[in-house]
Ligand binder design. Structure first.
Ligand SMILES: Cc1ncc(C[n+]2csc(CCOP(=O)(O)OP(=O)(O)O)c2C)c(N)n1
Ligand code: SF4
Ligand SMILES: [Mg+2]
Length: 351
């Protein structure tokens, strides 16, 4: 594996965000993925979202597992914290880091093999525990890094590059995330930046487990006729439920939206999600309706994209556990050992 540093020079006229950072300040190393890989488009969308939100790079912790998708955190946010874990184990490492320091924005990047195959147990428990994170699966239906075996999200009947037909039933991570209690659930397509960037911004502004399933064609092993994760297939079967726009807290909230076509959802951090509804009857605040909607369209071979569900008032793991707000590394010896009297009081409360 090669790591190529990008030149540090910026063009002096590049636009700057509220922190005086250019988009280039959110980049990482030069990608070593195959040219045209959907994962690179997702990295570009993450960079764009962080730049637009003026996120301080040192406030982000990016974690991943193993796979081409899990390599990508090296290609964005080069000034953020990073942890490339073991295959399928990103969620537990992210959970631990989050418990130790709630002040960072946790960005988990994974693949369909990493999350739906070997890491399915980890994925399930991180979501159901309500870890405050942005969890992105770059979903190509194959194990790209190990030469294109079917992953657990590959559709039944889809074919591999060599013509092998997948006989197994697929796992739908969006359906699972909805069932497990994720409080922000969206699906998008790597080739649709106009939809993907606002969805990432919305997820980053959300408090609670935010899950994004991004169909991301593998041009080397899964971009051929017979694949249901190819560019052609997704473009032909995409059904967008809404168009999302995120208005950060520090900007005035625009109100020039047509009645009946838009709903606004205020999030914990004060930012507002503005949804341009394409499907008149779709309401992203109804979890059961979202599950039905996804299933019904899936049965017709349609890939539903957009913000499928959001609970703007969601709680997270820290509020469930009533943990201290301070990062652990700022706790003093006195905080950690409050003395015999306090210990007796705690013991008495448990009797
Ligand atoms: C414990 C363990 N088992 C198996 C592997 C081999 N392996 C590496 S990446 C990978 C699959 C990656 O697939 P996915 O997460 O979908 O990422 P992609 O490459 O498709 O982006 C496998 C099986 C490994 N590295 N570690
Ligand atoms: S093998 Fe597939 S997933 Fe991996 S870099 Fe190449 S196109 Fe992307
Ligand atoms: Mg994959």
């Amino acid at each position: 594996m090669t790591y190529i540093a990008k030149p540090k020079l910026h063009h002096p006229t590049l636009p700057q965000n509220a922190l005086c950072f250019t988009r280039r300040d959110y980049e990482g190393k030069i990608s070593t993925l195959c040219a045209g890989c959907g994962h690179d488009s997702i990295s570009a969308a993450i960079i764009q979202a962080c730049w637009e939100l003026a996120i301080e790079p040192h406030r982000v912790a990016k974690l991943s597992g193993i796979g081409c998708s899990s390599k990508t955190p090296d290609y964005f946010l080069g000034q953020s914290h990073g942890f490339n874990t073991v295959h399928g184990r990103m969620p537990s490492v992210l959970t631990g880091a989050n418990l130790a320091n709630r002040e960072l924005l946790y960005l988990g990047v994974s693949g369909d093999g990493d999350s739906a195959s070997i890491g399915i147990g980890q994925f399930v428990h991180a979501i159901r525990r309500g870890v405050n994170m942005v969890y992105i699966v770059e979903n190509n239906g194959v194990y790209g890094l190990t030469k294109g075996q079917f992953s657990a999200t590959a559709d039944q009947g889809s074919t591999s590059k060599r013509g092998v037909v997948n006989a197994d039933s697929p796992l739908d991570l969006v359906g699972l995330a909805l069932q497990l209690g994720a409080t922000y659930v969206a699906r998008s397509f790597s080739g649709d930046k106009r939809q993907l960037v606002p969805l990432i911004k919305g997820a980053m502004s959300h408090r609670g487990p935010a899950f994004l399933d991004v169909i991301s064609p593998c041009v080397a092993f899964n971009n051929h006729a017979g694949s249901t994760k190819s560019y052609e297939y997704v473009r032909a079967h995409n059904d967008a439920v809404n168009r999302l726009d995120v208005i950060p807290e520090r900007q005035a909230i625009a109100v020039d939206y047509a009645e009946g076509e838009t709903i606004e959802v205020a999030q914990h951090d004060g930012s507002v999600l503005r949804l341009h509804k394409l499907d008149a009857g779709y309401d992203p605040r109804d979890r059961i309706a979202a599950m039905n909607y996804v299933q019904q369209h899936q049965a017709r071979g349609e890939v539903v994209t957009g913000l499928l569900y959001v609970d703007a008032q969601a709680a997270d793991l820290h509020s469930h556990l009533n943990t201290v707000t301070q990062p652990f590394n700022t706790l003093t010896a006195r905080d950690l050992s409050p003395g015999t009297a306090m210990l007796e009081k705690i013991n008495a409360s448990l009797r």
